[in-house]
Design a protein around this ligand. Structure first.
Ligand SMILES: *C1O[C@H](CO)[C@@H](O)[C@H](O)[C@H]1NC(C)=O
Ligand SMILES: *[C@@H]1O[C@H](CO)[C@@H](O)[C@H](O)[C@H]1NC(C)=O
Ligand SMILES: *[C@@H]1O[C@H](CO)[C@@H](O)[C@H](O)[C@H]1NC(C)=O
Length: 494
């Protein structure tokens, strides 16, 4: 993970408590309670003026590759009912070949969900603690599961979530079964229920690669010395890559299962297996994204690639509401631009995000994770540092207007958030989400806010956020300039 450091908006040298860079970068994600107003989706009034293939009012991509791609959704019984249905109504309506693997056989909205763990070593199933959940599901289904500990959090939620611990066992059986399910497919795309797949873009992206060669394409992640494609961001394997790793799995199953017992995440175990058979990961950033629409920092840059300039293929940590919003936007976009260029991050920002930004938005946490001003922070500062603060900074936490002024004083500050007593300003632009708490510190590892202040909701005591609206043009212009040097919106070489 590299640091975002562009000239005009780079993080300012504040004397106040600064969040560490790793943390600034660590992605701000909210899996729950993310709320986007469907009502504010742009409506272009093009009813009837549609083109391209569409059934029942739905516009699907025209790519000839579509029939050769097998989409695999990996889920678990603790989240399937809550998170799958939105996919059947949106993205999957245009996917001719898909399968859903889980830790329990069941039918969700008329679609079969398959238990992919049947072949795991029986001794391990009897003894490894994470299989308690599995054995429970086998014998009693969801009856008697403790909802508090088992449900809702998903892979990024709680590391203690037994559903998450069980998840690592699914990866190798999943790739192996997918190959045997669709031996003729050219590509296999693996996603999770909180992954948004921009299907037409993804198809176009894959068409740039030679499917007769082994490919493992995804969003880089590095843990325990292994480079692998992050599962939640979605990844693609060509058939030759899948064949190699499936053969390896069949030959080395006992060894890989032992490694899985010790390993912490299945995407890492798969990455290691692929590396062992000589299939390196292709760095597809920023096409594959670990962030959601609400948590993404729109100026994010990694691997010297400014996301803004590139086409988007996935988002992660997408709530069902966000999935619906982005799907409807894509549909409208494709109808208006039937032969248009692929959607880039900047198109999404300009057409879906920007009009939601306001000088003031109540009950909204903008995720201004930058400099915090509060009595607590001030009380910890030395006299010298305090003396150095401007009057506005010293009082930023006293009113929404002061907080806004504090942001304005910083040349690159673009957004701020306020609850009485706490002001937080940031040079990074994020949409954020409706909220009654103000998140001050976000832990990527824990996948949740680790420091937040709750507003009472009485009178003025609500979370309010704002953007410095007259800086938005400058912000877009600054990012657009990076695109002058980007000759291809697709990353196909490293
Ligand atoms: C904006 O969001 C960030 C992160 O959640 C938070 O630190 C900040 O306090 C928020 N500001 C407001 C006014 O909600
Ligand atoms: C199953 O796992 C146990 C315990 O880890 C091991 O002793 C046994 O050899 C494994 N069996 C097979 C068939 O791999
Ligand atoms: C305080 O401000 C002065 C002048 O602006 C500056 O030289 C000094 O480095 C500042 N001190 C701290 C601790 O920021």
């Amino acid at each position: 993970m590299s640091k975002i450091n562009f000239k005009p908006f780079k993080p300012s040298r504040s004397r106040l408590r600064r969040l560490r860079p790793a943390f600034l970068l660590s992605v701000v994600i909210l899996t729950l309670f993310i709320y986007l107003r469907p009502a504010s989706i742009p409506t272009y009034g093009t009813k009837g003026a549609t083109s391209g293939q569409h059934e029942g009012g739905i516009t699907c991509p025209k790519s000839s590759l579509m029939k050769d791609v097998f989409v695999v959704i990996r889920t678990g019984a603790t989240e399937a009912q809550e998170k799958l249905p939105v996919h059947f109504k949106t993205i999957l309506t245009c996917v001719p070949n898909f399968i859903i693997y889980s830790d329990m056989d069941e039918i969700v909205d008329g679609h079969q969900v398959h238990d992919v763990l049947t072949g795991v070593n029986e001794t391990i199933k009897r003894t490894a603690p994470e299989f308690e959940l599995y054995n429970h599901l086998l014998t009693r289904g969801r009856d008697g599961l403790d909802y508090q500990t088992m449900f809702g959090s998903g892979p990024s939620g709680a590391l203690e979530n037994p559903g998450w611990k069980l998840d690592k066992w699914k990866f190798l059986p999943m790739v192996d079964e997918a190959l045997h399910e669709r031996p003729k497919a050219k590509w296999f795309v693996f996603i999770e229920p909180d992954t948004y797949m921009m299907w037409s873009n993804l198809l176009e992206y894959l068409s740039h690669f030679d499917a007769s060669k082994p490919w493992y394409i995804g969003k880089h992640m590095y843990a325990s010395g292994v480079l692998f494609a992050h599962g939640g961001s979605g990844f693609a394997l060509s058939k030759p890559a899948l064949q190699k790793v499936s053969k390896h799995w069949r030959e080395k199953k006992p060894e890989i299962e032992q490694a899985t017992l010790k390993g912490w995440a299945g995407d890492m175990i798969l990455g290691k297996a692929l590396s062992d058979v000589g299939v390196p990961m292709f760095w597809a950033y920023p096409h594959m994204q670990g962030d959601s629409l609400t948590g993404l920092d729109w100026s994010v840059e990694k691997l010297e690639r400014v996301a803004w300039c590139y086409a988007a293929t996935t988002f992660h940590h997408m709530s069902p509401d966000e999935i619906t919003t982005l799907w409807q936007f894509e549909q409208t976009w494709q109808r208006r631009n039937p032969n248009g260029a692929p959607l880039r991050f900047r198109d999404i920002f300009n057409n879906l995000i920007r009009h939601r930004l306001r000088a003031e938005r109540s009950g909204w946490d903008n995720m201004s994770i930058g400099t915090e001003y509060s009595d607590e922070v001030l009380s910890k500062m030395s006299q010298n540092d305090l003396d150095n603060l401007s009057l506005v900074e010293q009082n930023a936490h006293t009113s929404f207007e002061m907080c806004q002024t504090a942001c304005r004083q910083e040349p690159r500050c673009i957004q701020f958030s306020f609850i009485p007593g706490t002001c937080s300003v940031s040079n990074q632009l994020r949409l954020g989400r409706a909220s009654d708490t103000q998140c001050l510190e976000y832990s990527n590892a824990a996948g949740k806010c680790v420091k937040e202040v709750a507003a009472t909701g009485v009178g003025d005591d609500i979370v309010r956020s704002g953007w410095i609206m007259d800086r938005l043009d400058g912000y877009s212009y600054w990012l657009d300039e990076f695109c002058d040097k980007v000759y291809d919106i697709w990353v196909t070489t490293e």
